[in-house]
Write a protein that binds this ligand. Structure first.
Ligand code: HEC
Length: 451
């Protein structure tokens, strides 16, 4: 698998490796962190395999072990309803994918799509009559941790960690770190992806036209077309009838929706899912980049008897380059604009903003726009996540400084030029009331809080 590329015993090779790594990192830091790199997550600074876990599923498993929580078995859907309830994952987040692009693919068909449910920290996968419930959960330092839960009902239910999921879930599609993804592929009527026709990994930057191939999508979106609800016959992508899949609000004629907890595959839930999968991956990637860079620098500093935290310019670039990419995504730079209002069918649009938090004027980063973009105030709600707070101090300082520069209007460059003065002020106001670390930095720059 992805073996250790540098470890405590490899110092002699360190200098050459450092020079090379610095050159590579410099070249890619400016871009979007794509490319074919898979990070070395056995690295001593990362220790992905260690069992010291802080993700919500490992916490739930500890409660199950101590008898403080219980999973109920439902004859029809096994542990799924109980898992969602215990992990506070709303049913309204349900999104249905019918392409055979993931685990348990034999059971995924257009008549029996796979259901995905999510909140800010946990993603759950469910296949009708599947052997297991699948889950990925965010560990604040390690990134996504993968689990399955046996659905036979014959054993004591237990979430088992499954690192073999990383063959897909730690690939260039997940930014090279253990992470999440939404794929969009041209799919045949049998559910098999037609890879010759192409495909996409989608996030909030993807135009609607590239989204949701192989997914059911319920909701209206005007004349904008997407790839959902449609099949490709043959291998010419232009031949797919996208109009037939547009503005679908009811899936009952396509498969037996009663077998699912909800009949929806909500368009707004899908948009939030796409935003946050890449956001989670970016947080993990930036954290990995910074931690490995700093660890290498500390080893070198010790060899040269310098203070531990004397960062070279190249180490700084390895920290700040990826951090800026994170900031851009977090502030929705390059979000694909909507050309008509989007309206979902499930309760997601109501449930999602209700989670807050809200500022003194009643505003929240979770307020939805859905006329020209996803969020009313374009700043990711994952700024409230534990993973964000667990970013190395050097990354956090950089991001808060840059947030200050951009939101206070000091950064007038064209990178953030699409943010209007009032949007900047709104986001700053919300963060000031709801994110103490932001408020502390903001106030220290302003001298005092005079907002
Ligand atoms: C063959 C590649 C592949 C393997 C192996 C795989 N997955 Fe996935 N997984 C995907 C893809 C692709 C998606 C996105 C949905 C889609 O397009 O089908 C996904 C999505 C998910 C999601 C929803 C959100 C996310 O991306 O985290 C969960 C949860 C999940 N997988 C769990 C697992 C678990 C647990 C395992 C191992 C037991 C696993 N997967 C193995 C390809 C894979």
């Amino acid at each position: 698998m992805w073996t250790v590329q540098h470890g405590p015993g490899t110092k002699p090779k360190l200098f050459a490796a450092l020079a090379l790594a610095a050159a590579i990192v410099l070249a890619r830091a400016q871009t979007d962190l794509g490319g074919s790199i898979v990070m070395g997550f056995d690295d001593p600074a990362i220790q992905y395999a260690s069992n010291v876990l802080k993700d919500p599923i490992s916490e739930l498993q500890r409660k199950l072990d101590r008898g403080e929580a219980r999973l109920r078995f439902d004859k029809e859907r096994g542990y799924l309803p109980s898992v969602l309830e215990l992990l506070k994952v709303p049913v309204s987040s349900q999104a249905l994918v019918f392409s055979k692009t993931s685990f348990q693919l034999q059971r995924i068909t257009p008549q029996t799509p796979r259901a995905i449910y999510f909140n800010d920290q946990v993603y759950i996968g469910y296949v009708v009559d599947g052997d297991v419930v699948e889950a990925s959960a965010v560990d604040p330092e390690k990134g996504a941790i993968f689990y399955t839960l046996d659905q036979s009902g014959k054993t004591t239910p237990r979430f088992v960690r499954r690192d073999e999921c990383l063959q897909c879930h730690a690939s260039p599609r997940t930014l090279g770190v253990p992470g999440h993804m939404v794929r969009s592929v041209y799919t045949g009527t049998d559910g098999y992806p037609i890879f010759q026709a192409g495909g996409f990994v989608t996030d909030h930057r993807s135009p609607l036209r590239e989204r949701w191939g192989g997914w059911y999508v319920t909701g209206t979106h005007g004349a904008d077309l997407h790839m959902g609800n449609a099949f490709l016959r043959g291998d010419n992508p232009d031949a797919m009838d996208l109009k037939a899949g547009a503005n679908v609000t009811d899936l009952a004629s396509r498969f037996d929706t009663d077998r699912y907890l909800s009949p929806h595959s909500d368009i707004v839930a899908l948009m939030a899912l796409e935003h946050q999968t890449r956001m989670h991956n970016l947080i993990t990637r930036v954290s990995y980049e910074a931690r490995t860079a700093m660890e290498q620098q500390v080893s070198m500093n010790r060899a040269l008897k310098r203070p531990d935290d004397e960062w070279s310019d190249s180490t700084r670039r390895r920290i700040y380059g990826p951090s800026e990419v994170l900031l851009q995504y977090m502030l929705f730079r390059d979000e694909a604009p909507l050309h008509a209002p989007v309206k979902g069918t499930s309760a997601f649009t109501a449930d999602f903003p209700r989670q807050g938090p809200r500022d003194r004027k009643g505003r929240s980063l979770r307020d939805l726009d859905l006329t020209k973009r996803l969020l009313r105030y374009p700043c990711s709600y994952l700024i409230y996540s534990e993973a964000f707070d667990a970013l190395p101090k050097e990354v956090a300082e950089y991001v808060y400084r840059r947030l200050w520069e951009v939101l206070s209007g000091g950064d007038t460059g064209k990178v953030y030029g699409t943010l209007t003065a009032s949007e900047r002020a709104d986001i700053a106001g919300i963060l000031h009331d709801t994110k103490p670390a932001f408020a502390a930095y903001w106030d220290s720059r302003r001298g005092s809080s005079t907002r």
